[in-house]
Design a protein around this ligand. Structure first.
Ligand code: CA
Length: 221
């Protein structure tokens, strides 16, 4: 991955924790170097600080996006919603606000790289699970039997069950599965969750975490 961060101490901390998680990290400190690096090397993900010494991280992201589809996660100390929307409209894939935890950052990196992998249709289904979602054939199976899902139900189940046990926030689910609608589609989400639970034969597969969101849980027979 490419880490774009001008603050040396933050860069070192992030680099260390990502390296510990098994990621190979290339670090640059300016927007110019980031653009150059993105043009010459193929990264799985770019972590882009907003406040860079030579240009705004959003501008750097927009320039990179012109020639590259590499997922970009914007890192900012400015946490308001307007910045967030602006960042995503400019082609960024996700957003973290400083200070962020290593766990949050890793979860977001995994989420964007997974989505990127899915769009290339090379995601291998997990075979030893009871619920198997195959992006390539767009089928979901429970204990080998195909489950009849609507397109959105499929996307939602695929998103949640890609990381069993991980709690996804409502907004993140809406953003990733519905691509839009920052506000207001919570009822739609609940209806889809209810329908998937019914089709899986148990509410235990998708558990609500009060005040946060939902997690997929592998239910044993
Ligand atoms: Ca900075």
């Amino acid at each position: 991955m490419l880490l774009v961060e001008d603050d040396a101490s933050i860069a070192q901390t992030v680099r260390l924790s990502l390296s510990n998680a098994g990621l190979q990290v290339t670090h640059v400190g300016t927007g110019t170097d980031a653009i150059l690096a993105a043009q010459t090397t193929s990264f799985d993900v770019i972590l882009m600080d907003l406040g860079l010494p030579d240009m705004d991280g959003l501008d750097a992201s927009r320039i990179i996006r012109e020639t590259s589809s590499t997922p970009i996660i914007i890192v900012s100390a400015r946490g308001d919603e307007l910045d967030r929307v602006l960042g995503l409209e400019l082609g960024a894939d996700d957003y973290v606000v400083k200070p962020f935890s290593q766990r949050e950052l890793l979860a977001r990196i995994r989420a964007v790289t997974r989505r990127n992998g899915e769009s290339h249709s090379d995601a291998e289904p997990v075979r030893d699970a009871r619920v198997v979602v195959d992006e390539r054939t767009h089928t979901a199976r429970l204990d080998g039997d195909e489950i009849s899902l609507t397109a959105k139900e499929f996307d939602l189940l695929a998103f949640l069950c890609a990381e069993p046990g991980v709690v996804f926030r409502r907004n993140d689910i809406l953003e990733h599965v519905w691509d839009t609608n920052w506000y207001g589609t919570t009822k739609t989400l609940d209806a889809h969750i209810a329908s998937i639970r019914k089709k899986l034969g148990s509410p235990d597969w998708i558990q609500a975490v009060r005040g946060v969101g939902f997690k997929f849980v592998e239910v044993t027979k």
